[in-house]
Design a protein around this ligand. Structure first.
Ligand SMILES: C[S@@+](CC[C@H](N)C(=O)[O-])C[C@H]1O[C@@H](n2cnc3c(N)ncnc32)[C@H](O)[C@@H]1O
Length: 378
């Protein structure tokens, strides 16, 4: 997608200094979120129950980086532009907020360019762009006033909140908003700030004074905190070249389908790796897991780990397929298509799960499974 960056900057009357340099991990973060959004749009447009898709970026940046590459929300706008013509009965709303007013202007100019290069002077009434130039917390506080747009029947809303640090976003406001509404969220939890200073009062006060015990996975705590009653979340770490964690992108959804799709986006973007790590050299190092055969080995290894967790955490009773699937989606890198092969069948062979065969021997998804605590399996 080519945007004339010089033209945009001169229209707005500012220099390239206003734009962020794109860091290595930023490209992967953008690729991951937009990969999910592309699938979210595809599934949303195919659904007969939906009529509106809303993407809300609470900290959108300028929509373009200094190297001329687009940011997440402008890429989503381009995806919306493509979908708007193909699905004229569907409405697409992109809502962005950014504290820096010049960045807001740049963002608007880019969207205008994208619109014109796609449609010229043609009227397309089912795509709308809304913007706001507020502090993120003021923005979240005002969101309930926009329920008519963001929480209407037949609508699906996806939020992206991507700060530079862990001390800016008021998690309580965000949690309260999410708790009462049917929507999804990508949130950038800046774990490196917490790791550097686990007792930082400014961070704690963003999350109701949360006390994360030493040695615990803070991202899991924060994801659990933000998800409130939704309880379906997954977080994915990004590390620097020295293997130190920078941040985790937390994904929260009210729907298991969301977890299934986010796994697809993760495998598409990171080839099944458990975390993204910036490369030490400039040339691309292909992981053995980029190869199809390697991915099977990787899945086998994720399967063994999640089998151990099941043995540790399940109690002797019947579990439905959905319960086991949700556990796997929540707690491992495995996706919906991996559950039978890499988790259920091996546990059956070990005598840990017994298939109840309620709908025949071959049907797994409509069945339940008895968990047996085998002596010696912990
Ligand atoms: C990491 S960037 C967002 C990148 C963007 N999500 C993307 O994928 O291209 C964070 C943005 O948040 C903005 N920002 C910082 N503090 C803010 C605040 N308190 N309220 C709203 N926006 C803020 C910054 O100006 C910056 O543009």
């Amino acid at each position: 997608m080519d945007v004339d960056i010089e033209k945009v900057l001169s229209q707005v009357g500012c220099s390239a200094n206003k734009l962020d340099e794109k860091k290595e991990q930023t490209s992967k973060k953008i690729e991951y979120v937009t990969s999910y959004v592309a699938e979210w749009i595809r599934v949303g447009c195919m659904s007969s129950k939906l009529n509106t898709l809303n993407f809300v970026d609470g900290m959108s940046n300028a929509g373009i980086y200094r190297d001329g590459d687009l940011g997440t929300a402008t890429l989503v706008y381009a995806l919306f532009l493509d979908a708007a013509e193909a699905y004229p009965d569907m409405s697409f709303n992109l809502i962005f907020n950014e504290i820096d007013s010049l960045r807001v202007e740049i963002f608007k100019a880019i969207c205008h360019d994208l619109f014109v290069s796609r449609y010229d002077k043609k009227e397309i009434s089912n795509i709308k762009l809304y913007y706001s130039n507020n502090d993120i917390n003021a923005f979240i506080e005002k969101l309930p006033n926009h329920d008519e747009l963001l929480n209407r029947y037949g609508g699906l809303t996806l939020f992206f909140i991507d700060p530079y640090d862990a001390r800016t976003v008021n998690g309580l406001l965000l949690r309260n908003y999410l708790d009462n509404r049917y929507c999804e969220l990508f949130f950038n939890w800046f774990s490196s700030d917490h790791i550097r200073n686990p007792n930082d009062d400014a961070i704690k006060s963003c999350f109701s004074g949360i006390d994360i015990p030493a040695g615990y996975d803070a991202a899991d705590y924060i994801a659990q905190y933000l998800s409130g009653s939704k309880k379906m979340y997954f977080s994915f770490p990004f590390r620097n070249r020295n293997n130190t964690e920078l941040y985790q992108i937390i994904f929260i959804t009210p729907n298991k389908k969301g977890l299934e799709k986010v796994k697809e986006a993760l495998w598409n973007t990171f080839s099944g790796k458990e975390y993204h790590r910036n490369e030490r050299t400039n040339y691309h190092q292909m992981s053995v897991f980029d190869l199809g055969e390697g991915q099977e080995i990787q899945k086998g290894s994720y399967g063994s780990t999640i089998q151990d967790l099941i043995i540790e955490e399940f109690i002797p009773r019947d579990y439905t397929y959905e319960e086991i699937e949700l556990f796997v989606l929540r707690r491992s890198m495995l996706g919906a298509n991996d559950v039978i092969k890499f988790v259920i069948k091996p546990l059956i062979s070990q005598g840990v799960l017994m298939k109840n065969n309620r709908n025949g021997k071959r049907n797994y998804k409509k069945d339940s499974f008895r968990f047996v605590k085998v002596v010696g399996n912990g």
